[in-house]
Design a protein around this ligand. Structure first.
Ligand SMILES: *[C@@H]1O[C@H](CO)[C@@H](O)[C@H](O)[C@H]1NC(C)=O
Ligand SMILES: *[C@@H]1O[C@H](CO)[C@@H](O)[C@H](O)[C@H]1NC(C)=O
Ligand SMILES: *[C@@H]1O[C@H](CO)[C@@H](O)[C@H](O)[C@H]1NC(C)=O
Ligand SMILES: *[C@@H]1O[C@H](CO)[C@@H](O)[C@H](O)[C@H]1NC(C)=O
Ligand SMILES: *[C@@H]1O[C@H](CO)[C@@H](O)[C@H](O)[C@H]1NC(C)=O
Ligand SMILES: *[C@@H]1O[C@H](CO)[C@@H](O)[C@H](O)[C@H]1NC(C)=O
Ligand SMILES: *[C@@H]1O[C@H](CO)[C@@H](O)[C@H](O)[C@H]1NC(C)=O
Ligand SMILES: *[C@@H]1O[C@H](CO)[C@@H](O)[C@H](O)[C@H]1NC(C)=O
Ligand SMILES: CC(=O)N[C@H]1CO[C@H](CO)[C@@H](O)[C@@H]1O
Length: 541
């Protein structure tokens, strides 16, 4: 049966998802609006979630939407948002201090109690036909479920007892606390076929010494040994003995783990992870800096080089692809939205997109990273960074680090797997383009640029929470969600001056979730979710 005809291109329609607080009903809705460049927005449909929502994802091929809420998973028709499949995921008997019960021979002395299961990660891998679903319970344990029917387990993991060895590090994947952040991304490896699929995860550390760890209850910290802040794990469903391990080439270097003694200086709050060109970017905040004077941004953009299938580098290396290492190519830089004295220092939502600014050659579209930033008085702003500038800053940083002891670039010595020490002069070393972009074993790593990449706000408003951007003809159309349940649509001219704006009141006066997604088959539609979602930096304690 052919897919339903898309609505007229003259129509902007937005699908929206909203969920209210635990006490009230939630909504998963849709908006239909007037002409794309001219008018207001309109509701298309609604799905109501009985419980607070956590994450959603859209599958392009089947046009299904998967939605995860507290204690429930839903598979929805992407057009009507009607429920196809529904599954209870909690509450379950659990204790934050116990190993996941999926770990063989792991008794627990701490009493278990019914615990709500907050979804921390919901990512789709259409290549293997699975959804990776990770909850806050059982130490952030992940399941592989069928995209065809989300209520069915696709791969029995861990394998039946006795068949394979299972380690806690294979089970402790997402953050195990409702308020601790987790982001994830499915990556294709250098090989063809699903066997090389990987899962990138960034998760806030929740072990001893953090506000997430129950005080005075245990000397044993299950999280520290087993949960790096950032990791790349095997997602090959055909190789169960390695599933979710870091045991992929090159082994030993698929983790980024902050040293125990500096965990309190690195309270990483992950915002979003995305792929752009041959890189994985991770947008995050370092909450350890919250409370300091707001003269410095807390927000960071980290970058890792990827082995992507069929890149030119791989072709040149046919038969023996050189695998990239996580910490070797890792580099981070502060992002600053706002000028000195008026800095929006906390990143809330990002959206990478190609737009026409007139700056690109022959009017070509250029990649930009849009971000919504806020500060403690709830004022917020939209900023845009050119990926070309991000890339150039990274090249300069690596060049500077190998040329001279540079005060603008540091080796991140807070990480266990780094090369340690500071930037050191390497003689008259001339770095190749590939080394400037991705580092090399003999170069210092991982690196942290100190100088922020700065941008002037394109738009300032109270309580922004989410951003999605589309390029339409010569205009850039920006959708902004707010913390009080509004959706603003802004149209910018080529030179990024604001031309027009509209506001739509969503059915729920709740915060719009930071991730908004256009319908992959028709960008006239936007999926968004509102929830009783608190993204509050930890206060002083
Ligand atoms: C969406 O687009 C993809 C790629 O063009 C196509 O394979 C898929 O069938 C489309 N899905 C729908 C529901 O139109
Ligand atoms: C919603 O969460 C409550 C606990 O907070 C749980 O008892 C209930 O089963 C959940 N409802 C659904 C539909 O998952
Ligand atoms: C979603 O619902 C529409 C309208 O009822 C229907 O035409 C379409 O086939 C459904 N999609 C799927 C994937 O079932
Ligand atoms: C999904 O799987 C469950 C459990 O096997 C089954 O009861 C249900 O009918 C299936 N739903 C659909 C839409 O296939
Ligand atoms: C999570 O944070 C919210 C807001 O700060 C707080 O009300 C709630 O109690 C926290 N939840 C847990 C389980 O600590
Ligand atoms: C690299 O060094 C040059 C020359 O000192 C300096 O102008 C530039 O800002 C530095 N760049 C970075 C990213 O550190
Ligand atoms: C976009 O702008 C260029 C030059 O400013 C113009 O030639 C072109 O017609 C415009 N395209 C559209 C679709 O408006
Ligand atoms: C941006 O472009 C518009 C229309 O071309 C023009 O009126 C406006 O002055 C420009 N703004 C800036 C800051 O260059
Ligand atoms: C009863 C008990 O062990 N209390 C301790 C809880 O932890 C704080 C901070 O580590 C200690 O100061 C208390 O003595």
């Amino acid at each position: 049966m052919p897919p339903p005809p898309p609505p007229s291109m003259e129509i902007v329609a937005l699908l929206l998802l909203a969920a209210l607080s635990l006490e009230t009903r939630g909504w998963w809705g849709a908006l239909r609006a007037a002409p794309r460049l001219a008018d207001a927005l309109q509701l298309q449909g609604v799905f109501a979630s009985p419980n607070r929502t956590n994450n959603f994802a859209v599958d392009q091929a089947s046009h299904r939407v998967y939605l995860a809420a507290v204690n429930a998973l839903y598979q929805l028709n992407g057009t009507t948002l009607g429920v196809e499949v529904e599954l209870r995921t909690g509450p379950v008997e659990d204790n934050l201090l116990c190993h996941a019960p999926q770990l063989p021979q792991a008794p627990c002395e701490h009493p278990k109690a019914p615990t709500d299961n907050h979804n921390k990660l919901l990512v789709l891998d259409p290549g293997q036909g699975v959804a990776v679903v990770c909850g806050s319970v059982y130490q952030g344990f992940c399941e592989l479920r069928k995209l065809e029917n989300i209520s069915q387990i696709a791969v029995e993991f861990p394998p039946p007892r006795g068949e394979k060895t299972v380690f806690p590090s294979m089970l402790n994947i997402a953050a195990n606390h409702p308020n601790a952040s987790t982001v994830g991304l499915v990556l294709r490896g250098p090989g063809s076929g699903p066997g090389d699929t990987r899962l990138l995860v960034g998760a806030t550390y929740t072990g001893a010494g953090t506000s997430f760890f129950p005080k005075n209850h245990s000397k044993e910290d299950l999280r520290f040994e087993n949960t790096p802040e950032i990791a790349i794990r095997s997602l090959n469903t055909k190789d169960l003995s390695r599933l979710f391990t870091y045991d992929i080439n090159p082994s030993e270097d698929n983790v980024f783990k902050i040293k125990q003694e500096v965990k309190t200086k690195n309270k990483l709050n992950f915002v979003q992870a995305f792929v752009q060109k041959t890189y994985a970017y991770i947008a995050l905040n370092n909450d350890a800096r919250t409370g300091h004077k707001e003269s410095q941004p807390n927000s960071l953009l980290a970058r890792i080089c990827l082995d992507l299938p069929d890149t030119s580098a791989r072709k040149a290396n046919a038969g023996h692809p050189e695998s990239k290492k996580l910490t070797e190519s890792y580099i981070q830089m502060p992002l600053q939205c706002g000028l000195s004295g008026n800095i929006y220092n906390r990143l809330l939502s990002v959206y990478p997109v190609d737009i026409h600014t007139g700056a690109g050659a022959a009017g070509a579209a250029e990649p930009y990273l849009f971000g919504v930033f806020s500060r403690s008085d709830r004022k917020s702003a939209l900023c845009a960074f050119r990926f070309g500038d991000i890339e150039e800053e990274i090249r300069q940083g690596r060049r500077n680090c190998s040329n001279s002891p540079s005060s603008d670039v540091q080796v991140l010595d807070s990480v266990i797997q780094g090369s340690g020490a500071a930037c050191i002069h390497k003689g008259n070393l001339v770095l190749q383009p590939e080394q400037l972009d991705c580092g090399a074993a003999h170069l210092q790593h991982p690196l942290a640029l100190r100088r922020p990449l700065r941008a002037t706000p394109l738009f300032e408003y109270t309580g922004l929470s989410a951003v999605a951007v589309d390029s339409v003809h010569n205009h850039t159309v920006v959708f902004l969600g707010t913390t009080n349940g509004r959706l603003r649509k802004l149209t910018f001219l080529k030179n990024l001056t604001l031309a027009k704006q509209w506001t739509l009141k969503l059915p729920a006066s709740q915060a719009v979730h930071p991730v908004m997604t256009f319908d992959p088959n028709d960008s006239n539609f936007l999926y968004l979710m509102t929830s009783h979602y608190v993204r509050q930096p930890p206060g002083p304690r």
